[in-house]
Design a protein around this ligand. Structure first.
Ligand SMILES: [Zn+2]
Length: 151
């Protein structure tokens, strides 16, 4: 048994709420706190509900994959679309799509991290402590294992 007991928040509007938090770059836990405080600077925890965004070291590597996938998903069909529609030269296509693959990941950076958080929250929901349940008697007075080494 996990201690303290946790409750996984699963309700009917969860997917809509996570979509909203992704698009608006909000915390997937409370849907109100902002994820970023600068262009590329991210809060470590939600300013409102204190949800930890980077759950473990290297957590946002998945967001890099999402960003790469989104870039390819736009660039490859875009190449064929322009080739079919405008029949422009290969050199012009290369200039367009190399520039695109350099700029688009920067523009999509924040949304890829937000999407990663939303997907992770969807498939690995946020656990919140059950209200009114404290420490078990055998561990009373001891420092919880999750708080060691933190200041
Ligand atoms: Zn929050």
């Amino acid at each position: 048994m996990v201690w303290p007991p946790v409750r996984v928040r699963k309700d009917k509007g969860r997917i809509r709420r996570l979509l909203r938090s992704w698009v608006l770059l909000k915390c997937p836990g409370c849907c109100e706190g902002t994820l970023f405080y600068g262009l590329f600077s991210m809060h470590q925890n939600c300013p409102l509900c204190s949800l930890k965004f980077e759950r473990e070291q290297g957590y946002f590597v998945g967001a890099i994959y999402l960003n790469y996938a989104a870039t390819v998903a736009v660039a490859v069909p875009g190449y064929f679309f322009l080739d079919y529609l405008l029949n422009i030269s290969l050199f012009a296509q290369l200039v367009i799509w190399i520039a695109f693959t350099l700029v688009f990941p920067l523009l999509f950076f924040r949304h890829s991290r937000s999407l990663w958080l939303a997907l992770d929250t969807l498939f690995n929901p946020v656990e919140t402590p059950v209200a009114g349940v404290g420490e078990p008697p055998s561990r009373a007075g001891k420092v919880p294992s999750g708080d060691r080494g933190q200041s």
